[in-house]
Each structure stands twice: as structure tokens, then as C-alpha cells.
Design a binder for this molecule. Structure first.
Ligand SMILES: [Zn+2]
Length: 376
């Protein structure tokens, strides 16, 4: 008998009808307290060898409907290797075609990064002498907000480099990227990490939105707050994640900040800067351009041709992390965006953009930072 379940860490789907394997009707649930939805993750069982068509009936009303054309859903039978499925989008409905080779198959918007895996990441990181784990406080659902302070312990005056991920919980590639960054910073044989840590301390928030992650949200925390619109005026009642990170940033100062995200529509990796902030200057623009150039050299998966339109002078939205941090700390502050689809310039037919490639881009971000660390 066909069954679909999503009552697990990061799961999200509503089953409308399961009678006909060629016409399985599903809906994505909205983030609690908001109208955003696009993240899905569920397990299909009892369909081994049966050609199935999974139909997401409310895809057209999702947060970014332009994310569906050219998109392929991901699946896994071992929850380690995630591969793409034949997917098409027509008349507001997303059709996913598959013939499961095993009794159970997991299907998702992108390779999930569950809170259980987040726990494993923290556990493995804290075993390094370079790491101190701090709990900044609690989320509205009562989960810990974890911060990893990475330092080589030397006494020299150092830069403060911040990297955070998953303000938008459905953008799971951001925490896969963080896994690459953390793995590299803790690798004692890696010359780039050793040299960077002589010059900088790293403050890493691998998951800014634990509640949204566990609840299977696309974009908001437990109460429906879009954390990347809270930075100018966060509160403990509505956005403790931002409030607490902001307080800690004021203690450490910020010389460099990378906020890691995923973009539903654009099939590219790109960086958005803090153009349009009140104190934007030629110096800031040159720093941003130099970092992007260094990242392009470090990773053929990164490009600078495609991205978001740049804000006009004085029009930056200061409720967004990148802009608020650039303005508050007068530093190089950027948003890194990765695709849900794939990179048009360097596609991978089996996996598309993937956990492994996200991690590799994270490692490359450290190469780029190494070339720029004395200038940030
Ligand atoms: Zn985002």
C-alpha cells in the first residue's frame, strides 16, 4: 500500500489523494504564521517498481513560482546521496516522476539538512581544540541557538570574521556550505586555515533558524517572522535569533560577514553586497569587487555576471542582515546565494547543485578570504 509521511524533523507535505500512483496529489504547507511556502520533504513507501507521478497541486502559489521552471526535485533511498528526479511544471502544478527502486524513498525540495544533522555537526566540531561552543539563547520553540567560536588560541590582535547560514530554513544548501567551511577551518593540516586563524577569529552560526528548520519551513521562524527582515529592530518576543546574534556581534565587532542563502529562481552562485547603505563608499565597492574576483578565481562554480539588481544609493533595506551589518560595523558584509536548481555554467546532470558542491563552495570562500584578509 502506498503511504506518504512527513511527521519528522524538517518534513513538510499534506496528502490530498493517494489512490492512483499516477495521480498522487499533494500540497505544501505554509510556514506557521505566514503565507510563505515552497519547502517540501516527505517519505514515500510501498511503491517499489511502481511508476509514480507526485503532483504538488499548490506549487503555483508558492513564494517563488519562478523557481519551478527548470527545477528538478531531489530524492534519496539512503538519505546520504541525493539525486535529481524528472520534474515538470505546468498550469501551477509541479509534477515529479519516479519509479522507486526500494521500499522507501525520500523526496525533497533540496537535500535536507535536519536538526539532527545539525546536532552531529556541533558534536563533531566541538571535539576540535580550536572550537568553543556558545549557546546564545533559546528560540521560541526552546531550541538552542549555537555559535561556534573558532580560534587558534594565539594572543595577537585579530579580525572578527562572521559567517552565518539558514536565516531562511528551507535554504538547506546554506548549512551544507557551512559544513564545508567548518571542516576546513578545523583541519589542522590545511595551510589556508592555519594562516587565516593567525589573523582572524571566526564566529560561525551554522543555523540561524532552528525552529523553521525543524518545522519544515521555507522562510520564517516559529512565529512566522522572516529573520532577514528583522535586523533593524529585532525583539526577544518575535525574533530572538536575530536579537541575540546582534548583541554578540556588538561584543566581538565585525570586520567581515558572510550570510549564506539559497535562491529559488536563479541558476547561479552569486554574491549580493550592501550597496545602497548610507555609508556605502568607493572603498566598500572596491573591497566587494575584490572579494568576488577572488572567489571566482577560487571556484569555477562562482560567477559575477548574474545576480540581484543593485540598490540605488540610499535605498538599501536595513532590515536585512547584510545591509544592517555593513552599516553598523562599517565592514565588508555580503550575502552568498546558491541555486536550488543547478549552475547553468557547470551543470551536473545527476545531482544538480548538491550538498557536496555547496561544501566545496564554502571551502573556496575561505580561499578568497585568505587573499583579502589583510584588507578587510
Ligand atoms: Zn534566503
Amino acid at each position: 500500500m502506498l503511504q506518504i509521511a512527513s511527521a519528522f524533523d524538517a518534513g513538510n507535505i499534506e496528502v490530498l489523494s493517494l489512490d492512483d500512483p499516477q495521480d498522487i496529489r499533494l500540497e505544501i504547507k505554509k510556514d506557521n504564521g505566514s503565507d510563505f511556502y515552497q519547502w517540501f520533504y516527505f517519505r514515500l513507501t510501498g511503491a517499489r517498481g511502481v511508476p509514480c507521478r507526485l503532483r504538488i497541486m499548490n506549487a503555483g502559489g508558492a513564494a517563488y513560482a519562478q523557481g519551478w521552471p527548470g527545477y528538478q526535485a531531489v530524492a534519496s533511498t539512503d538519505r546520504e546521496h541525493w539525486f535529481r528526479l524528472d520534474t515538470d511544471y505546468e498550469d501551477g502544478v509541479l509534477d515529479i516522476h519516479l519509479v522507486p527502486e526500494d521500499d522507501a524513498i525520500w523526496v525533497a525540495y533540496f537535500a535536507p539538512y535536519s536538526m539532527e544533522r545539525h546536532g552531529d555537526l556541533i558534536a563533531s566540531a566541538q571535539s576540535s581544540d580550536r572550537v568553543n561552543l556558545s549557546v546564545l539563547g533559546k528560540t521560541l520553540d526552546g531550541q538552542d541557538i549555537d555559535l561556534l567560536h573558532v580560534s587558534d588560541g594565539s594572543e595577537a590582535q585579530k579580525k572578527s570574521c562572521w559567517i552565518m547560514a539558514r536565516q531562511h530554513p528551507g535554504e538547506s544548501m546554506a548549512e551544507w556550505c557551512m559544513e564545508g567551511i567548518i571542516g576546513r577551518l578545523l583541519d589542522e593540516a590545511d595551510p589556508v586555515s592555519r594562516a587565516l586563524l593567525k589573523r582572524a577569529d571566526f564566529y560561525l552560526v551554522p543555523n540561524m533558524n532552528p525552529d523553521g528548520s525543524r518545522r519544515g519551513h521555507l522562510r520564517t521562524n516559529a512565529c512566522g517572522a522572516n529573520l532577514n527582515r528583522e535586523w533593524d529592530n529585532p525583539s526577544m518576543a518575535r525574533s530572538p535569533e536575530v536579537y541575540l546574534v546582534r548583541e554578540y556581534m556588538r561584543q566581538t565587532g565585525v570586520d567581515f560577514c558572510l550570510d549564506v542563502h539559497g535562491d529559488e529562481a536563479l541558476p547561479y552562485n552569486f554574491i549580493a553586497g550592501a550597496e545602497g547603505t548610507p555609508d556605502w563608499s568607493e572603498t566598500r565597492a572596491a573591497e566587494l569587487a575584490a572579494y568576488k574576483k577572488a572567489l571566482m578565481t577560487a571556484s569555477p562554480d562562482f560567477q559575477v555576471k548574474h545576480g540581484y539588481p543593485v540598490s540605488e544609493p540610499g535605498t538599501a533595506n536595513l532590515s536585512m542582515a547584510t545591509n544592517w551589518i555593513a552599516q553598523e560595523f562599517t565592514c565588508l558584509s555580503m550575502t552568498l546565494e546558491m541555486p536550488f536548481k543547478d549552475t547553468v555554467d557547470s551543470p551536473d546532470a545527476i545531482q544538480g547543485w548538491s550538498p557536496e558542491r555547496s561544501a566545496a563552495l564554502g571551502r573556496a570562500c575561505l580561499d578568497a578570504l585568505w587573499t583579502r584578509i589583510d584588507d578587510v
